[in-house]
Design a protein around this ligand. Structure first.
Ligand SMILES: Cc1cc2nc3c(=O)[nH]c(=O)nc-3n(C[C@H](O)[C@H](O)[C@H](O)COP(=O)(O)OP(=O)(O)OC[C@H]3O[C@@H](n4cnc5c(N)ncnc54)[C@H](O)[C@@H]3O)c2cc1C
Length: 373
């Protein structure tokens, strides 16, 4: 019997593992892929504060600093935003994923890579191919599939419109390396958005995400967008399709001995799909609280739910705002309003919005630091 069994070895799972194992707890992490995807299934955008908190820079994880945004709402309006003080980085996620697994192993986590959890027998038994593993605490970090959560009734299958269906290419061309470009809605990303996230002057992640259920030729749309943003001068190195939850977060993140983290808990932002920060925060917090529970310092895992509630409430609000934008007109009006406010704020007081976001992210890390003491 392990103290903690973690299903999923990406960002939320490895953060849970590291933080639990640092407390001397017996942890096993099960990841179905033998090696993490390279290129990763991600735009690779991360807030500077989050990147710095995990000390990725100190171990040589490459980053490209973004100072500017150009945002188009359909072909109706263009906004330009300049970032000051706090920045977005386009980082090397594959490097970071490998680094986190390395840190987990160094702290004594047993890694089982290339093996899928086939089934879960509540309350504590994880079934692999030829092996059964038991844990006092089970952490579900299995991403959008939420394997354990489904089994114990904490999460149900997502509706198509609550899934962000994404396609992305790694593209070679000439890019202004300090600028992210976003295109909301038609013609490139109906009811979603397309992005150019430059990794440097010559390479970028170009992709889009739209709600599930729209019967569209994703590859054709992406090629159209790539041609547009590169003036038809490009080379595609790699393309993948993937999904991110754009859903109502789970109401319950804990049931008895099971905790749900990251995308499994639907903690990615329902409007933007950004989920790295919340995966890091929820995974780390779950690992810390689970280890306190195993050591007998707290009577239950409910503390995780209590601390996460503020974030869940904010995400529920974002989800409801997203569901209001049903027609072309709603969608355009909604995003025009949001970006107009943002761009006015950015002109009057550059940095005001970024400082607000930075404060929220810092608050999360203050919580983790308090638990680590
Ligand atoms: C195209 C795309 C671009 C994105 N870009 C950004 C971005 O730029 N910035 C940002 O903040 N967010 C972005 N996101 C969202 C972000 O990638 C996710 O929110 C984040 O990866 C969630 O991390 P996670 O560890 O919770 O889940 P995941 O990354 O989904 O990891 C789950 C892990 O569990 C494993 N697993 C699943 N089932 C099993 C099983 N049965 N047994 C064993 N292992 C299992 C999987 O192999 C996987 O490694 C993007 C998402 C997509 C799809």
């Amino acid at each position: 019997m392990f103290d903690i069994v973690i299903i999923g070895g990406n960002i939320s799972g490895s953060c849970a593992a590291i933080n639990a194992a640092k407390n001397g707890i017996d942890v096993v992490l099960i990841e179905r892929n033998k090696e993490m995807f390279n290129p990763p299934h991600c735009g690779e955008g991360i807030a500077d504060i989050t990147y710095d908190y995990l000390k990725f820079g100190e171990v040589g994880c490459k980053k490209n600093q973004i100072n500017n945004f150009t945002i188009n709402v359909s072909d109706i309006k263009e906004y330009k935003l300049k970032l000051k003080k706090h920045y977005i980085y386009i980082f090397d996620r594959n490097f970071a994923e490998k680094e986190l697994l390395k840190r987990a192993e160094k702290n004594g986590v047993e890694l089982i890579l290339g093996k899928r959890m086939k089934n879960f027998n509540p309350p504590d038994e994880v079934i692999l191919d030829r092996k059964k593993i038991k844990g006092k605490v089970i952490i579900d970090a299995s991403g959008i599939s939420c394997r354990v959560g489904q089994k114990i009734g904490l999460c149900t299958k997502l509706k198509p419109e609550d899934v962000g269906v994404c396609i992305q290419s790694r593209v070679e061309s000439n890019f202004p390396s300090d600028k992210v470009q976003l295109w909301y809605h038609k013609p490139y990303a109906p009811f979603g958005y397309a992005w150019v996230f430059p990794k440097d002057n010559n390479t970028a992640n170009i992709g889009f995400g739209i709600p599930g259920g729209l019967k569209l030729d994703l590859e054709e749309l992406l090629n159209k967008y790539i041609k547009f943003v590169t003036n038809n001068d490009y080379k595609i190195l790699h393309t993948f399709r993937s999904c991110v939850p754009s859903a109502h977060p789970l109401k319950k993140l804990v049931k008895n001995n099971v905790m749900i983290v990251g995308d499994a808990a639907r903690l990615s932002n329902p409007a933007t799909g950004a989920g790295i920060h919340n995966a890091i925060f929820s995974g780390s917090l779950a690992g810390l609280i689970a280890s306190k529970y195993v050591r007998g310092e707290i009577p239950s895992l409910d503390e995780y739910q209590v601390i996460m509630q503020k974030k869940v409430t904010r995400l529920i609000k974002d989800y409801h705002n997203k569901t209001m934008l049903k027609t072309d007109e709603d969608f355009i009006k909604g995003y025009k309003k949001a970006f107009s406010i943002l761009s006015i704020l950015n002109k009057i007081s550059p940095g005001i919005f970024q400082n607000y976001v930075a404060k929220m992210l810092k608050r999360d890390f203050d919580i983790l630091d308090k638990y680590k003491r």
